[in-house]
Design a protein around this ligand. Structure first.
Ligand SMILES: Cc1ncc(COP(=O)(O)O)c(C=O)c1O
Length: 362
């Protein structure tokens, strides 16, 4: 039987630890989703998200995990006869290409080894052919603990290929890493709330540029659940097209309030500080899996240079301390392990966890 009373503390790269006061938001009395109280909750939440994402364009709430918006970005903004360039550097960026194909679009690959970054130069060389309507990028590749240089990439794309739409998966980047949607010139960005928003899973946040909204009007067969035009229509009333996951939106409202009180610059600095601590530990004891200049500030993928039995260490720490961290993703299962440092995880939490890992590996 699952022990509901004492679940483990999570240092996996999502879902992450959720504070009791955030959980309390999930148990507030519900609202009718077409009533004025909900509209107020929705409107305030979206206004705060616009500040968090530095955008004056559209921000929507989707009752789904982020994968739904992978599909939404493709189905709304890429026509059947257009080609999308999918940058691939790990499990999640690889999946973005699979989603484009599952939606019947032609996806061309720009692929590097897992653990390497996608650079502006690589993209420039591909886009120069003029063959592409859109580009997909994962901001923070959760499988390899790597942050792609999206600011440099975006500068290059804006300057040289202004007609190419840019879709960014910021699932494990949003909130933890700088993100200025309008300045970056992105067309769609999305994240699920179980990462740096530090809310249980079940809700995704996404922003869409005005030009992507315009384009979507011209794309037939956009589907139903993720039709951007329906989101926009409902947004006029501060509502969602279908019944939303209202408890999560209450929790999101609460978390956005806290984030803005702290200030986004401070939030990003806090993530950087936690990351520096974990990266230093990783380098002293093992090695970083990603090249240091690209190593993520929201999670660290540690290269298992000592050949420890990752599964065994995770189990031992769960048994002794009721705490879990992440093994390597997919083919990196034993080659790496991953420690999340995002959301409401604190530096003290991390010090305690790393101490326990030290005890197991010495
Ligand atoms: C970078 C990235 N993209 C997409 C996803 C899929 O998100 P979800 O499971 O919330 O749909 C994940 C999940 O961990 C992720 O890390």
């Amino acid at each position: 039987m699952v022990d509901w009373k004492d679940p483990p503390t999570l240092f996996i790269p999502g879902p992450v630890k959720v504070l009791p006061e955030v959980l309390e938001q999930l148990s507030r009395p519900t609202l009718g989703h077409r009533g004025k109280e909900y509209s107020q909750l929705h409107g305030e939440t979206v206004s705060m998200l616009k500040k968090i994402l530095s955008t004056e364009q559209s921000v929507f709430l989707s009752t789904s995990s982020a994968s739904g918006v992978w599909e939404g970005s493709i189905r709304n903004c890429v026509k059947m006869d257009e080609t999308v360039l999918c940058t691939m550097c790990g499990a999640f960026s690889d999946k973005f290409a699979s989603v484009a194909r599952a939606c019947g679009r032609t996806a061309e690959e720009l692929k590097v080894e897992w653990g390497q970054a996608i650079t502006a130069d690589m993209i420039d060389k591909k886009l120069a052919s003029g063959n592409y309507a859109a580009l997909t990028i994962v901001y923070n590749e959760t499988s390899t603990g790597l942050t792609n240089p999206v600011y440099e990439i975006s500068e290059m794309v804006k300057a040289k290929y202004p007609d190419v739409l840019v879709f960014v998966d910021a699932v494990s980047g949003m909130v933890g890493l700088p993100l200025h949607f309008d300045e970056l010139g992105w067309d769609v960005v999305f994240a699920s709330v179980q990462k740096a928003f530090a809310i249980p899973p079940g809700l995704a946040v996404f922003a869409v540029s005005d030009r992507a909204m315009e384009k979507s009007k011209t794309v037939p067969d956009r589907g139903y659940y993720f039709d951007f035009q329906q989101f926009a229509k409902s947004a006029e009333k501060n509502q969602t097209p279908t019944t939303p996951v209202i408890p999560h939106i209450m929790a999101l409202h609460y978390q956005c309030t806290r984030l803005l009180e702290e200030g986004m610059e401070n939030v990003w600095a806090r993530h950087k500080k936690m990351a520096e601590y974990v990266k230093t530990w990783a380098k002293e004891n093992f090695a970083l899996f990603a090249p240091e200049e690209y190593a993520s500030n929201t999670l660290t993928a540690v290269k298992n240079t000592r050949g420890i039995n990752v599964g065994k260490v995770i189990s031992a720490i769960q048994e002794k301390h009721n705490t879990v961290f992440g093994n390597g993703y997919g083919k990196l299962k034993e080659e790496t392990f991953r420690i999340a440092h995002m959301g409401d995880i604190s530096l003290d939490d991390l010090k305690e966890l790393l101490g326990w890992i030290d005890d197991e590996i010495k």
